[in-house]
Design a protein around this ligand. Sequence first.
Ligand SMILES: Cc1cc2nc3c(=O)[nH]c(=O)nc-3n(C[C@H](O)[C@H](O)[C@H](O)COP(=O)(O)OP(=O)(O)OC[C@H]3O[C@@H](n4cnc5c(N)ncnc54)[C@H](O)[C@@H]3O)c2cc1C
Length: 390
Amino acid sequence: MRVTAKLSPATAAAAGAGLRWSSVVAFKRRRPLSCYRWNQLSKRTQSVSSSLAMHALELPVRQNIGTHASDVPLETCFHYTPSQLQSCPQVESIAQLVANKTKSKKFFFGIEITADNHGKPTCVDFNQFLPVMPTFISIVWLASYWNVPIAKVQSLQMIQQLQQHIPAMPHFSVYRLTQQRLDEFLALNLSNMLAVRGDKVHEDQMYHFGHELVKYARDKRPDLSIGVAGYPMGYTKDQTETQEMDRIICYLKAKVDAGADFIITQFCYSPERIVEFLCAARRAGVDKPIMVGVVVPESFKLYALMETIANISLPEQQRAELELIKQDDEKCRQFFVQLALRTIKAVLEADQGVYGIQFYTMNRFKSVLEVIGELRKQGVLETPQQDDKF
Ligand SMILES: Cc1cc2nc3c(=O)[nH]c(=O)nc-3n(C[C@H](O)[C@H](O)[C@H](O)COP(=O)(O)OP(=O)(O)OC[C@H]3O[C@@H](n4cnc5c(N)ncnc54)[C@H](O)[C@@H]3O)c2cc1C
């Protein structure tokens, strides 16, 4: 196909940085290919390199950027429902979806995945979620993307595919971000962004706070749906940071005041602490929709991995209970399924206008699906009239 579209300076710069015209132009358009074309493509079972990780995990930075960028078309392993294959999402803005669901007081959920899994495919079979689909999907931003040409970043390529079938949001961090790079990202014209500072910081980077990214993006793209991160347990990664609630909320408010549309919280194993955070945020005037982040580790090993890296632990007594069953993966899995259910119940009962949960899946769905199934049984999660409409 010959392309004659006029490109913005930033997009042209991206092209000048060695990108193929086809990929640049594909990003530029909201719907790069007809849904039909994408549907045909996505029917193929494909594989993609992804990593067993979530946003809270600091992944090893790879020297070989070829694992995150490639000249061959991205291969994915997504299996869509018949309804997803028939029609595109009616609403692309996740801010709008989250606001609508929150306003109608309907419980909803999203899922977070990562695009890289140390060579193993990141597979998502959306049929598993039927009859209640995730409202959206988000993909973690890895520090190692910082010098990958923007159109070749795996997570962004995946978003490009996914958004034909489900509202999709890339995380985007300021790690080693330059002005040119940020303008290139915004020129992709994606509908959504989760703006984060990132786990890693480089002394030369342009921004050091999430609110700086939000402000610039909001000014440049008033239409962009922007989510930011909230921290019930504080900024646990850094021991020198204050974990004092007032300060945590003050920093959150700075991001909201800079133009964020909604908030997703870091995982936290204490329902009481989450509710305390929600109440404090509301008291401080944070009136944007909040989604609570929930993780459901499938084994003690996965729990321990996150405990080490994110520096977030179970409350003491529960930690001791877990210790007694740590050799038994199934018992551990059930422990976290029940904790997730208690957390969600506490959040809903807190009556702080929170109706959404974001599941940090770590590309594993067994426990998340069990929690969702239980929420349906309990009537918390309503089954829509049509099979899987958003
Ligand atoms: C839902 C969610 C998704 C995430 N996704 C990713 C991801 O994809 N990739 C990734 O690398 N990381 C991700 N993270 C982790 C996140 O990048 C780290 O937790 C990071 O340490 C903080 O990022 P932030 O944008 O929330 O930072 P901010 O809230 O901006 O805080 C950054 C630092 O600055 C300080 N600070 C904040 N505001 C102010 C202020 N106004 N004045 C003075 N100091 C201030 C804080 O104490 C903190 O130390 C995610 C976290 C969450 C909760």
